[in-house]
Design a protein around this ligand. Sequence first.
Ligand code: AMP
Ligand code: GLY
Length: 429
Amino acid sequence: MNVLIIGNGGREHALAWKIAQSPRADRVFVAPGNAGTAADAENVDIPSADFGRLIKFAQENQVGLTVVGPEVPLTAGIADAFAAARLRVFGPAKSAAELEGSKVFCKNLLRHADVPTADYRVFRSAERAITFLREREDVPVVVKADGLAAGKGVIVCSGRNEALAAVDRIARAKEFGEAGNQIVIEERLDGQEASVLAISDGQTIVTLPPCQDHKRAFDGDTGPNTGGMGAYCPTPALDDAALRWVEEHVLVPTVHAMKRARRPFRGVLYAGLMLTNQGPKVLEYNVRFGDPECQPLLMRLKSDLLDVLEATIDGKLDSIAPPVWDPRPSVCVVMASEGYPGKYQTGRAIRGLEQAAKVPDVKVFHAGTATAAGQVVSNGGRVLGVTALGSTVAAAKLQAYTAVKAIRWDGAWCRKDISDRAIAAAVGK
Ligand code: AMP
Ligand code: GLY
């Protein structure tokens, strides 16, 4: 079977690498892909927003399965467009992708389904939000733009003045455009964050091992928010009992509520959780694999990913064997361009990739890379996701950083403390 993967990040490279290992995969295409997917699969020069050309390509190249990586095409209805053309596609329909596309929809569904989440209010105008903030106690809150804003529409505030400024940015200055037509103001939660991803066919769910992402730019979880500077799997922050609790009180009620709302959820349901003193609470849902969480997850997956993806599309997740995982933990360190998450330069020649690839139990996934004059060059903020397996988290970390040290380009940097929290937890035991 030929497979088409949509997207161009580290997540899509990991998907292409894993799917290409399936004995059932013939040609694996990635649109538009990066320098890494060009090596492990075949790149197709079509942007992910051009549904018409993607559908035509799939039809002309006997593509039996299309896997959508990012949220933007999903919330724009790419799965509906493929399904209407009688093409098999992995990823939720537009109506189900609203779980990520609209924070108001997500929060209302969570409240309705009685899933633990921060208390919140929704506002359609800046004036009402401002009145609310002025009249209530001055406490830490989080102000969120309703729609997609590339992860930037969430402003964590320590008090009223910051919250008023956040409302101004979202609703008056329209910093996030239409995404700011509605505002969510919610209680600020404290605790560790964890990511629990599950695959659902609308009925059955298969929960994947829990991961932890490192969202802040700099060591010690300081600096601005990013798309994610690294991740590891599994995280000791959620033991088996806690994971079952999340399944029962978060994932199952969500999938059922979506079904009742006639928006059956088929795809990856990714719960961003805050582990509070009162138990795990949902910060947000994503409707796709996390980037970079996908990289350490797939590094550990021993089963054929195609079987899982196809069973999801066919509504037969209950009839396949549960996925088998490598017992070894995995760590992914993101190497980024100087300046990220702000402005950065591209086109810098990347050296040492061959040497890094020789480090045992390591895979260097590409994110923002391109090929220019036969050379791999940087082409984005997050450039590589260096991912390693190890007998312990500490061993996996060491292995990943050994590979990182072999790679050089002008302006390359990474966090030095990816997975340290898990290592500290292991030492504390
Ligand atoms: P979201 O896109 O909703 O996950 O928000 C991005 C980040 O903002 C999360 O990963 C958290 O670090 C933070 N955040 C969101 N909501 C809250 C909340 N209610 N309390 C504390 N932090 C939050
Ligand atoms: N790693 C966070 C995300 O994929 O949204």
